[in-house]
Write a protein that binds this ligand. Structure first.
Ligand code: NA7
Length: 554
């Protein structure tokens, strides 16, 4: 099961309890929860397989930069006991195998329709239901429409003049060919130096005859120190999973790591150096936990930034090149990258860094890339140019709420939500890890699980009381948006041009999209609101007829 031909229920008359858009980690778990509640559910997935991010991002070196034992579901103890992670940071193929294992283990595929992109969703006010239209022209009706569309799923391809005249293949890291790409003997150009570029560049450089890296802004990256997981460690983690997971929930980013609760500027130069060296040697994003004020105090942040720059200069032999690779802005402002051999790669004789910060890429021509009147001849181009983050996937769907209002219009000046879960005027529409929730600032898996569980509890609550719809009150949403913006203003992360603020997509309104108040505060807020009878939400309408169960219509 799983492709659209084999699911007979996609007829013009299909009546479901819920439609879920996307079969990544959010969609899979949402399906599991709703099915357990006895809801009739259909998942639509644009890809020809499940796994979301991990289905699309198959570029060389793609792996998670949260440790595997933490970047995994915790809803099933049996699942976490039986699954064996092999490396500290799992590769894309391993994570995709895990997603497929979950789908099989919980028999999820029978309700997932692959190769089907949702093109529109319109709220029918009289019936309190969503009409969801797919790209094959079919439609279904569902009481609830749940967007599990991902935060980084709509790729960003800058409008380079002449891109379509390039004579060779062009690959986007976020839409990598399934059969892989062999760059042996090729001259390759990589545009971008974010996380996807930083992971793929060392491996492309090993294959290519010559690699040109077009860098607009250097990114900070710390070594991963990836390693195979030994049996003793795996046994220990499995024995302690519940404790580790609950510790993680107390952490700002939902990741269990040691935060040194000391200010960087109050520490001595020697203490700072010792702490940064220890974290650099340990590897990974816990580098930012070296001191408690790195993202709140510019002077503290500057000490961490200077330390990383010193490491770049130690690693890269050519001082001018090291300087060109050294960022000069707040560390952690753009998402901190985690690498294996990135800076070392620039010591290779077959790698050239092309600085496009002051003289942007003029054009792509048939033979390559033109910068500042100079042509860089390449046989293949890799666009590591990122995503229209957080709102891009939703904006691609023509979503219309009450009175036919388009979501794109409502969010014209930036996304507006209550808790990142719902938006006023669009009843019964949920966004898993939507803008206004901690989402991308946290370990995505626990954040996904929390949203899925919140939504499942909410729809069960409505069903028990035969209530037809829920939507945020305008005031509650306005207050939440104000709070999200206020908190963003206290954090150094909002101070630079990153995809968190939409700066990578020309014309996108500059708004800090995720909620930066930290996971513990957010979890508390969500709980409180439910305990107060869904404070800030309007629950209305009586259910007249229950949707026909999917099983009945087969
Ligand atoms: P990112 O982090 O958004 O990186 C995209 C890169 O592409 C970044 O270096 C951009 O430079 C560069 N870029 C974008 N447009 C252009 C143009 N027009 N010219 C030159 N360079 C350009 O995307 P990733 O896929 O690497 O990572 C996204 C997230 O996925 C990552 O944070 C992890 O959470 C996983 P800029 O910095 O904007 O100057």
């Amino acid at each position: 099961m799983g492709n659209r031909e084999q699911l007979p229920n996609t007829s013009a008359h299909a009546e479901l309890d819920a439609v879920i858009v996307g079969a990544g980690f959010a969609g899979l778990y949402m399906l599991y929860r709703l099915r357990n509640l006895g809801f009739s559910v259909r998942v639509f997935e644009a890809g020809s397989g499940i796994g979301g991010t991990w289905y699309w991002n198959r570029y060389p070196g793609a792996r998670c930069d949260v440790e595997s034992v933490q970047y995994s579901y915790q809803f099933s103890e049996a699942l976490q006991q039986e699954w064996e992670w092999t490396e500290r940071y799992a590769t894309q193929p391993e994570i995709l195998r895990y997603a497929n294992h979950v789908a099989d283990r919980f028999d999820l595929r029978k309700d997932i329709q692959l190769n089907t992109r949702v093109s529109a969703a319109t709220f029918d006010e009289a019936r309190h239901r969503w009409t969801v239209v797919t790209d094959d022209g079919k439609q279904v009706s569902a009481q609830f429409c749940i967007m599990a569309t991902g935060c980084l799923s709509s790729t960003n391809t800058p409008k380079f003049a002449g891109l379509d005249t390039f004579r060779g293949p062009v690959y986007h890291t976020g839409q990598w060919p399934h059969e892989g790409v062999d760059f042996t003997g090729k001259r390759v150009g990589v545009i971008g130096t974010g996380s996807s570029a930083i992971q793929s560049i060392p491996l492309i450089a090993e294959q290519a005859q010559h690699l040109f890296v077009f860098q607009r802004t250097p990114h900070y990256t710390v070594p991963a120190r990836n390693t195979p997981l030994d049996e003793a460690y795996k046994r220990q983690v499995k024995a302690e999973y519940p404790t580790m997971r609950s510790r993680a929930k107390q952490m700002f980013a939902g990741i269990d790591f040691h935060l040194n609760d000391q200010s960087a500027i109050q520490a001595s130069e020697e203490e700072r150096q010792r702490e940064y060296e220890a974290r650099w040697a340990y590897g990974g994003v816990s580098f930012m936990g070296a001191f408690n004020d790195l993202l709140f105090n510019e002077a503290s942040n500057a000490t961490a930034a200077a330390f990383v720059r010193s490491k770049i200069h130690e690693t890269v032999r050519n001082p001018a090149l090291a300087e060109a690779l050294s960022p000069r802005y707040v560390i952690g402002c753009k998402r901190l990258c985690v690498d294996t051999g990135y800076y070392e790669t620039f010591n290779r004789s077959n790698v050239t860094l092309v600085d496009v910060s002051k003289t942007p890429i003029e054009a792509i021509v048939a033979e390559g890339v033109q910068v500042d009147g100079k042509q860089y001849t390449v046989d293949a181009l890799v666009l590591a140019t990122g995503f229209d983050a957080m709102t891009g996937a939703l904006a691609r769907i023509d979503i219309r709420g009450k009175a036919g209002q388009p979501l794109r219009e409502k969010w014209h000046g930036g996304p507006r939500t209550y808790l990142g879960l719902m938006t006023a005027g669009f009843p019964n529409l949920f966004t898993i890890t939507g803008p206004g929730s901690p989402s991308v600032l946290t370990n995505m898996l626990p954040s996904i699980e929390q949203h899925v569980e919140w939504i499942a509890d909410c729809v069960a609550y409505l069903r028990e009381r035969e209530i037809a719809q829920i939507e945020p009150l305008q005031q509650a949403e306005d207050d939440w948006v104000t709070h999200v913006n206020e908190v963003a203003g206290t954090n150094l992360r909002s101070t630079c041009s990153s995809w968190y603020v939409g700066a990578n997509v020309p014309g996108k309104p500059r708004v800090f999209m995720p909620y930066i108040g930290g996971l513990p505060a957010y979890l508390e807020k969500c709980k409180e609101i439910v305990a107060a009878g869904y404070r800030g939400f309007l629950l209305s309408g009586a259910v007249t007829s229950r949707a026909t169960a999917l099983e009945d219509s087969r």
